[in-house]
Design a protein around this ligand. Structure first.
Ligand SMILES: *[C@@H]1O[C@H](CO)[C@@H](O)[C@H](O)[C@H]1NC(C)=O
Ligand SMILES: *[C@@H]1O[C@H](CO)[C@@H](O)[C@H](O)[C@H]1NC(C)=O
Ligand SMILES: *[C@@H]1O[C@H](CO)[C@@H](O)[C@H](O)[C@H]1NC(C)=O
Ligand SMILES: *[C@@H]1O[C@H](CO)[C@@H](O)[C@H](O)[C@H]1NC(C)=O
Ligand SMILES: *[C@@H]1O[C@H](CO)[C@@H](O)[C@H](O)[C@H]1NC(C)=O
Length: 412
């Protein structure tokens, strides 16, 4: 297929009318598949875990696991998170009018809300007042009915779940006054070049309010398309919860192979035992032989019609794997560390008894090398990314231009 060449168009859009507007990276899309992404969000006030989750209409447990916060902490959903805390918000992107977007978030207006306060403060600049106005066909933004439900369109990019052919999940990041592109690249362990390529930037110049797509290394899944958690992708150093809270998957720190096991939450779950074996999800047995190490593992294969799919795999590898390593969990934060743009520093659990992921016994060790859900060896992302002015009319024009590009690039 000749389409393996990555094509990047850089369009410089000059908006003669608006003064200075922010840039945002958008991804054209052609099909109706949804995909997973993250938002970099800074809390505007003290809020309970459940309140932050409802602001984005996401599962509170998913919010916690994405941020590697210990879900076994007592009454964790009612824990109050401090103002200015930095959080990663897991969201689902859809394809709307040829552009990847998250459109599942609704906000119920309260007295004294304005479109600007909702956009700039509550949603921390991830959306503009104009975008909310446009998405809800609001004629007069000065009259907002209290209790009105507003669609809050949020930035979302997936770029096929890869960056330089390695699995990646994209974080939409709102540039702050103090940021430089080099500092953002360093903070997220990527390179300046990579950030510029992903965001189709001609120069490293950024300004406050711009929204960048930041690729984070991740563990990809290989569940079948008909699984309800198809496309599950977990950033390095964190967890995901799936299968109606029955299965917990982790990524890192030693490798980028997705590792799934029964979750520690008390819920009734379908069988998690691999067929024709006594192994449970996440169990790995190893047997040293003259030929090498015979590894048998029971792996998660996705959630299908309320059933937890498992697959048993056996393979030989030169050396036996060590025990499964887990990303460190943090207790729910109560204070914000000096640089609030950093995620809470992983700190070992002080109370060992609350660690929900005990190290397996010595003779049963999860493989570290060859579990299914290996990073797919995929080609480069064939996507177009461009910068544009966030101005309602400009957005429409850009969408039209993009559609043209998308259409003309199909026969390539
Ligand atoms: C994953 O995170 C760990 C520490 O959290 C780091 O040591 C490792 O290099 C990361 N892996 C990748 C591929 O970025
Ligand atoms: C298999 O996995 C289950 C669930 O994680 C765990 O409780 C059990 O101890 C494991 N079995 C063995 C033999 O390690
Ligand atoms: C590896 O172990 C499995 C199950 O324990 C066994 O069925 C298989 O024959 C073994 N293969 C080798 C090459 O030893
Ligand atoms: C899921 O269930 C529906 C109806 O119960 C059935 O039509 C469908 O084939 C099932 N899907 C799979 C993958 O088993
Ligand atoms: C997207 O990734 C899949 C594997 O995850 C790969 O097969 C496919 O070719 C990629 N598509 C593009 C356009 O890069």
């Amino acid at each position: 297929m000749p389409s393996s060449k990555s094509v990047t168009f850089i369009l410089i859009f000059i908006n003669a009318v608006a003064l200075v507007t922010s840039k945002s990276t958008i991804e054209p899309c052609t099909n109706s598949d949804s995909c997973n992404a993250l938002l970099a969000y800074t809390l505007y006030t003290d809020l309970k875990v459940s309140e932050v989750a409802s602001l984005f209409q996401i599962d509170p447990i998913a919010l916690l696991t994405t941020n590697a916060i210990d879900i076994s902490y007592p009454d964790v959903e009612n824990h109050i998170l401090p103002s200015q805390l930095f959080l990663k918000i897991p969201i689902t992107c859809s394809c709307v009018d040829g552009i990847r977007k998250s459109v599942s978030t609704h906000y119920k207006t309260r007295p004294s809300d304005t479109l600007s306060s909702i956009a700039d403060s509550i949603y921390a600049g991830l959306v503009s007042a104009d975008q909310i106005k446009e998405a809800n066909s609001i004629d007069d933004p000065s009259v907002l009915d209290v209790g009105q439900s507003l669609v809050v369109p949020l930035p979302c990019t997936c770029f096929n779940g890869t960056d330089n052919s390695l699995p990646a999940i994209y974080l939409s990041y709102v540039v702050k006054e103090v940021d430089t592109l080099a500092a953002i690249a360093a903070r997220y362990e990527t390179t300046l070049t990579d950030l510029m390529n992903v965001n189709a930037m001609g120069s490293a110049a950024i300004k406050a309010g711009d929204i960048l797509a930041v690729p984070l290394p991740a563990c990809a899944s290989k569940f079948p398309r008909y699984a309800s958690d198809f496309g599950l992708i977990v950033p390095n150093g964190s967890y995901a919860i799936s299968a109606s809270h029955c299965v917990q998957c982790s990524c890192g720190p030693g490798n980028l192979n997705l590792y799934c096991m029964p979750a520690s939450l008390a819920v009734s779950c379908s069988s998690m035992q691999c067929r024709n074996s006594n192994l449970m999800l996440g169990n790995v047995t190893v047997q040293q032989s003259s030929a090498g190490c015979n590894v048998t593992s029971c792996n998660y294969g996705g959630y299908v019609n309320g059933t937890i799919m498992t697959t048993l795999s056996t393979y030989l590898q030169p050396r036996c794997p060590g025990s499964q390593q887990f990303p460190p969990l943090v207790v729910p934060p109560t204070t914000v560390i000096r640089d609030s743009t950093f995620a809470p520093a992983p700190a070992p659990q002080s109370d060992g008894s609350s660690t929900p992921t005990p190290t397996p016994k010595t003779e049963v060790v999860p493989a570290t090398g060859s579990l299914p859900g290996l990073p797919p060896a995929s080609g480069p992302v064939g996507s177009i990314s461009l910068s544009f002015s966030v101005n309602p009319s400009a957005t429409l024009m850009i969408a039209a231009v993009l559609l043209l590009f998308a259409m003309t690039s199909i026969p390539l």
